[in-house]
Design a protein around this ligand. Structure first.
Ligand code: CP
Length: 362
């Protein structure tokens, strides 16, 4: 049985298969309308969401299944102190598949090792958002026919933007993708993503603070919101919140076949005068998210049928390493005291198994 924590849990071939299924769903909606009859999706959202939660719910309903869940932590027993692990064990009794969003990094991973049904990471802190990446990939695929050789610009909050981290991970699988990383200095891409993904896969990249300078060279522009809720320093947010604004006037600098994506919600980084430009595909991207989540639910439920017995093997996610500790205050391990710290070593660097930040020696 499979869960989805990180986009790299799927091979490029599996991502292609999901996109093919999503395209088939778009063409043959009726054929899928009863495929999840008798199955229940639980949506456990500890953090606000419009697109991800509602598109998961719409996806399951359109597949003929049922949906249970909560949309804010205050409505669940976490508000009485229940752990993520216990919540997962309980919801496991009532559902066939779980989608979880949580502000703490690694929380869905904790759920996945405590549940016997597939768990989907619907966004954990600033870490990953793999199902947004599924929506992004299908949108690029439907507009450009593939990924190889594209020049993709990411603009805005590259530090806290989990959708950026997941999409870069996915694009690293394809040949010849070039990246232009456009952000203020304070919101540059975290070093571990640059080192472990971009440099490891020899992806050519440029870091800049200027959108206008690089707009003419892009095939895809992925705009992002400055993530107010992730800033510890509110004054810094106030200083940076208007860093970028894409307007119809700026779009005249871009190629005729350059598409603008945004995971949404937008705040002020894309002017509404861009919306009518045929190259603005962010609303279509949100719809593609529903189709990809339908394809994902089908794939993970099929994996649970093929391999119903789930051995929880914590060694798969990491091992104890005495003397090491995670110092990320947004990691689940630093908040839930009963969790066992686990680590993994990649490229000679020891990382927390939950949030993937570099672990420190005590
Ligand atoms: N893109 C995205 O994750 O949107 P929501 O926060 O509304 O789910």
């Amino acid at each position: 049985m499979r869960s989805l924590m990180d986009i790299t849990d799927f091979t490029a071939a599996e991502l292609d298969e999901l996109m093919r299924t999503a395209c088939d769903i778009i063409e043959n909606r009726d054929e899928y309308s009863q495929q999840c009859r008798g199955k229940t999706l639980a949506t456990l959202f500890y953090e606000p969401s419009t697109r991800t939660r509602l598109s998961f719910e719409a996806a399951m309903l359109e597949l003929g299944g049922a949906v249970i869940g909560f949309s804010e932590a205050s409505g669940a027993s976490v508000s009485k102190g229940e752990s993520v692990a216990d919540t997962a064990r309980i919801v496991d009794c009532y559902s066939d598949i779980i989608a979880m969003r949580h502000p703490l990094e690694g929380a869905p991973l904790v759920a996945s090792v405590n549940a016997t049904v597939p768990v989907i990471n619907a966004g954990d802190g600033s870490h990953c958002h793999p199902t947004q990446t599924l929506a992004d990939l299908l949108t690029i695929y439907r507009k450009r026919g593939g990924f190889c050789g594209l020049t993709v610009g990411f603009c805005g909050d590259l530090k806290y933007g989990r959708t950026v981290h997941s999409l870069i991970s996915a694009l690293s699988r394809y040949d010849g993708v070039k990246l232009v990383l456009i952000s203020p200095d304070e919101l540059r891409l975290p070093g571990y993503i640059r080192k472990d993904i971009i440099e490891k896969h020899n992806m050519p990249y440029t870091e800049t603070s200027s959108l206008e300078d690089y707009l003419p060279s892009l095939d895809i522009l992925y705009m992002t919101r400055i993530q107010q809720e992730r800033f510890d320093d509110k004054a810094q947010y106030e200083r940076l919140k208007y860093s970028y604004r894409l307007t119809a006037a700026k779009m005249t600098l871009a190629r005729a076949n350059m598409y603008v994506l945004h995971p949404l919600p937008r705040v002020n980084e894309i002017s509404i005068d861009v919306d009518d430009d045929p190259r603005a595909v962010y609303f279509e991207q949100a719809l593609n998210g529903k189709y990809m989540r339908m394809a994902l639910i089908l794939k993970l439920l099929a994996s649970a049928v093929e391999d119903p017995v789930r051995e929880v093997n914590k060694a798969d996610i990491g091992v104890p390493m005495p003397g090491r500790h995670c110092i990320n205050p947004k990691c689940i391990i630093t908040r839930e005291q009963e969790l066992k710290p686990l680590f993994k070593t990649e490229g000679g660097v020891c990382r927390c198994a939950y949030c993937e930040q570099e672990a420190k020696q005590k």
